[in-house]
Design a protein around this ligand. Sequence first.
Ligand code: GLU
Length: 300
Amino acid sequence: MAAADSGYIGRFAPTPSGYLHFGSLLAALASYLDARQAGGQWLLRIEDLDTPRNLPGADQHILHTLDAFGLHWDGPVIWQSRRLEYYNSLLADWLQRDLAFYCNCSRQDLKPFAGVYPGTCRQRHLPADPSHAIRVRVDGRLIRVSDRLQKPVEVCLSTDPGDFVVRRRDGIIAYQLAVVADDVAQGITDIVRGADLLDSTARQLWLYHLLSAPVPRYLHIPLLLQSDGNKLSKRLGSTPLEANQAPALLFQALHTLAQQPPAELQQAPVKEQLDWAIAHWQPGHLPTAGQFSELFRASH
Ligand code: GLU
C-alpha cells in the first residue's frame, strides 16, 4: 500500500507464544482504530525472537485471526527472527562505542539485588563471548514517559533497573532492543499497546536516545483484570479467539473499549462494525483499569 498522507504509522506486534485471545484483540483493535482514524498505516510484526517460547503455528493462526476480524494490515509482515543481522549490527556498534558491555553475571549472582543491576561487569571490559549477556549502560538522568492516556512518569534507570540486558546469556536478542530497533526501522510514529508494557517504556526511550531516533507517541490501554485484580484467567481471557465468532467478539471488544457501539451493530459483519468504529474512535473514552474490567464483565 502506498504511504499514507497523514504520516501516522502504527503497528501491532504480537509474540507468537500463543494464539490471539480477547486481551490481544483489544490491543490490536485499539491500535488499528487509532491508525485508521488518523488516515495512517497499520503494520504487523511477529515478535518471534524468544524461540523456546514460540508456539508452532501460532504466527499463522494470528494472521488468519486478524484477517477474520477484518483487521487488515498494510505492507508485508515482518518476522523478527529473520532480522538478527540488523540487531547484531546495532549491538556491535554500541559495544564499539562503549555504550554497551559484556556481562557474565549469573541469575544466582544477581539474586540478592532484586532486579537492580549492581554494575558488576560495568568496568570489567570482558572480551567478546557468545555466552555472555550484553547490557547497555544507563545514567542517572530522569526519563519522562508521556502517554496519551496514562499519567506521565519519571524514571531514573540507574536506580532501577540499572544497566539492562539487550542480548541474553542464551544469545537471544532481548525484547527491549528488538522492539525499538524495528519501530525505528519501520518509522513507527504511534505505539498503542497494553499497559503491561508501560514498565518497559523508559528503557525503550533510552534505546531511542542511543539510536538518536525520534520517539513515538504512546497510548497504553488499560489491562483487563479480574474483579480480584488479577490478570484474566485462562477461561476468561486466554482462550483463543474463534474466527467464526468474529462479529460477536468484535462488538464485545468495542464495548469493552468503551466506544459505545450502537446495539444494531451487534450482529453486523466485521467490516461494518469497523467502519463505524473508525469513524467514531474516541481514545479519550478508554476506561481506567477498573472500569475496563467492569465493561468486559457487563458484556458477558
Ligand atoms: N510483542 C509484545 C507482546 O506481544 C508487544 C510489543 C509491543 O507492542 O511493544 O507483548
